[in-house]
Ligand binder design. Structure first.
Ligand code: SF4
Ligand code: SF4
Length: 76
C-alpha cells in the first residue's frame, strides 16, 4: 500500500467542532478531532489532526467531503 501525506489547512478549517464531516467518511479513522491544550471550552481550540496517517488508504473521501477544501491527500 502506498504511503500518503495528509495536510489540513487550518486557515480554511475554522469550525471543526461544528463540521467534523471528514471524520464521518474516513473508514480507517485516520483523522481525529483533538484539543490544542488551550481553552477546553473554546471550540476554536480544537482541530482536525491526521493522527494515524499510516492507516490512510488514499480514498480521498475526506478531500471530496470537506466543504472548505481544507484537506490535501497526496502520495509521499
Ligand atoms: S484519504 Fe480516505 S483514508 Fe485517507 S484520511 Fe482521507 S478519508 Fe481517510
Ligand atoms: S470536513 Fe473540512 S472543514 Fe470540516 S472539519 Fe473536516 S477538515 Fe475541517
Amino acid at each position: 500500500m502506498s504511503k500518503t501525506k495528509i495536510k489540513v489547512d487550518y486557515s480554511k478549517c475554522t469550525a471543526p467542532v461544528d463540521c467534523k464531516q471528514c471524520l464521518g467518511v474516513c473508514q480507517p479513522a485516520v483523522l481525529i478531532l483533538t484539543f490544542t491544550d488551550k481553552d477546553f471550552y473554546n471550540p476554536k481550540d480544537w482541530k482536525i489532526f491526521p493522527a494515524f496517517p499510516g492507516l490512510c488508504i488514499g480514498c480521498n473521501l475526506c478531500v471530496d467531503k470537506c466543504p472548505e477544501n481544507a484537506i490535501t491527500v497526496s502520495l509521499k
